[in-house]
Design a protein around this ligand. Structure first.
Ligand code: ATP
Ligand code: MG
Length: 514
């Protein structure tokens, strides 16, 4: 403590005193204060603050933040982004004059964060290269290029029949527990073979399910190129509400720098339900299925931000895999039809197929990829062309021949071929295939090499094919992987190799059986 002046009346005391106080700004300052009228269910209704704009960030005196969701004549409906603990009626609220922003940059890679960019993995706080608003305009048509490069998913049924392109938005849709998350996680894990940056956004999921996803990617994928944006079911509804947009902003950073990113949103049905809950609490008029009228706009605007940018803008891309859950396979409910019409195709997962162990349980008849087909590498395109038709015919035939034995040789061979297609398309988790392995397997199928191989052997064949091809055909493997094209006799060579391997494996299992 400074010593008190022995004689306050010593010469110059007034000047000294004035100097000491000169840094204080004593001019009056205007501050607009609002008051909380009531608070419940993740919403605070605030009066006062006439200048607040839509989506503006509000600050509560107890430290929480909120987002202005509705502006009425008598007050502001505010969505809380933090735990409402401590906020009471009459608490003071101030406007921040800014919208919600999140940190973006390489610093986020490998991290688990909440939708405001706050770490959840116990690591250091993230400042990021800059902060960007979570709501940003989507690239205009003129700024976009055609989707022309593939996203290699490593899942044979997707790569062969419903190929995805960089910049595409493909919906993954299915009932509860039909492997939606597993399919998306396999695709993320397969990106360890590519240069893609993956953003996994979990909205309203159980914490254990989120942990399983993060562990799987850490164990098998390239976690140093992934960002996990997590808003579990127990987090404030406001956080779940902004999570998809926040993830988009984090992913856009890479798109805008000419890199390639993939965002998985798991899932948008929970997001829609949160939006409905918040909107109804804010007294917005309900529309179909009680969703507010702007739900279509919300999702369309969100997914429109996925794009392949033109070369002038760096040529980066952002692909999106939104997930939604249906009820009893009802694709014509409000949210599924909305999203089907917003996206560039959908992968439909079916409960019956899942139960019959045909996993991934992709319904080949209902699934479609509207832009990705053109991005398929020529080597794969040539062998997968007839696959869809063959498989569809087989499924129909199978239904007709379920009860009676068939004697027609042609039908029999078609059935045999179909069973082998199905065995090939069935793929366990964490067993993604390289493009060249897919080409080899499909070439073997087309050449009829697999027709005499027992169906049970095909699963083992799929597991062994990568190592076998690397050992026997390293030159061809390298050239196909690099160029995406295959020399004229390449298919025959690959099919013959697969044939040798299959015969060997079939012999082995026969030996075991004896
Ligand atoms: P929810 O509706 O709960 O989100 P979901 O549709 O995301 O479920 P998952 O959690 O991915 O489904 O998968 C459900 C179960 O199916 C998991 O136990 C998973 O291990 C299993 N499963 C998913 N895909 C496969 C597969 N290809 N092979 C074997 N098992 C699989
Ligand atoms: Mg899931």
């Amino acid at each position: 403590m400074p010593k008190p002046d022995p004689d306050p009346r010593s010469p110059g005391w007034l000047e000294r005193g004035c100097k000491a106080l000169s840094h204080l700004d004593l001019a009056p300052q205007a501050e607009t204060l609002g008051r909380v009228v009531h608070v419940a269910d993740g919403i605070a209704f605030v009066s006062g603050l006439p200048d607040v704009r839509l989506n503006e960030l509000l600050h509560f005196e107890t430290g929480q933040t909120g987002l202005a969701m509705t502006l009425d004549a008598d007050g502001i409906g505010t969505v809380l982004l933090d735990d409402p603990e401590g906020i009471e009626a009459d608490a003071r609220v101030t406007g921040q004059g800014e919208v919600v922003q999140v940190p973006v940059g390489e610093e986020l890679l490998g991290r688990v964060v909440d939708p405001l960019g706050r770490p959840l993995d116990g690591g250091a706080a993230i400042t990021g290269e800059s902060r960007q608003p979570i709501e940003r305009p989507a690239p205009a048509i003129i700024d976009r290029a055609l989707v022309e490069d593939p996203v290699e998913t490593g899942v044979l049924v997707v790569d062969a029949l419903f190929a995805l392109g960089r910049g595409q938005r493909e919906l993954i849709v299915g009932d509860r527990s039909t492997g939606k998350t597993s399919l998306a996680v396999d695709i993320i894990i397969n990106q360890k073979r590519s240069d893609m940056i993956c953003v996994y956004v979990a909205v309203g999921q159980r914490t254990t399910a989120i942990e399983r996803v993060i562990d799987a990617v850490r164990e098998r994928g390239a976690p140093e190129r992934c960002i996990f944006v997590v808003a579990p079911a127990a987090s404030p509804p406001g956080l779940q509400w902004i999570a998809p947009a926040a993830g988009m902003t984090m992913a856009e950073y890479f798109r805008d720098r000419g890199q390639h990113a993939l965002i998985v949103i798991d899932d948008l049905s929970k997001h829609a339900a949160t939006h409905r809950q918040l909107a109804l609490l804010n007294r917005e008029p309900p529309g179909r299925e009680a969703y507010p009228g702007d739900i279509f706009y919300l999702h369309a605007h969100l997914l429109e931000r996925a794009a392949h940018l033109s070369d002038e803008l760096g040529g980066g891309s952002l692909s999106a895999l939104p997930i939604i859950e249906t009820d009893a396979g009802n694709l014509s409910a409000y949210i599924p039809t909305n999203l089907i019409s917003i996206t560039d195709g959908q992968i439909v997962l079916d409960t019956k197929l899942f139960a019959a162990n045909h996993r991934p349980a992709v319904d080949v008849g209902l699934s479609v990829s509207r832009v990705g087909g053109k991005t398929q590498k020529p080597a794969l395109r040539d062998v997968s062309g007839r696959l869809r038709l063959d498989y569809a015919q087989f499924l129909e035939l199978e239904m007709f021949t379920r009860f009676g034995g068939i004697s027609d040789r042609r039908l029999k061979s078609r059935l045999a071929r179909g069973q082998r297609i199905r065995a090939l398309l069935t793929q366990p988790r964490f067993a993604t295939l390289r493009m060249v392995d897919q080409v080899a397997l499909l070439a073997a199928l087309a050449e009829g090499v697999l027709d005499d191989i027992p169906v049970a052997t095909i699963a083992r064949l799929r597991g062994a094919v990568a190592r076998h091809l690397d050992a026997t055909q390293p030159g061809l493997v390298a050239s196909v992987s690099e160029s995406g094209e295959i020399p004229a006799d390449g298919y025959k060579t690959l099919a013959a190799e697969i044939g040798k391997l299959a015969t060997h494996l079939a012999g082995e299992s026969e030996g075991e059986g004896e």
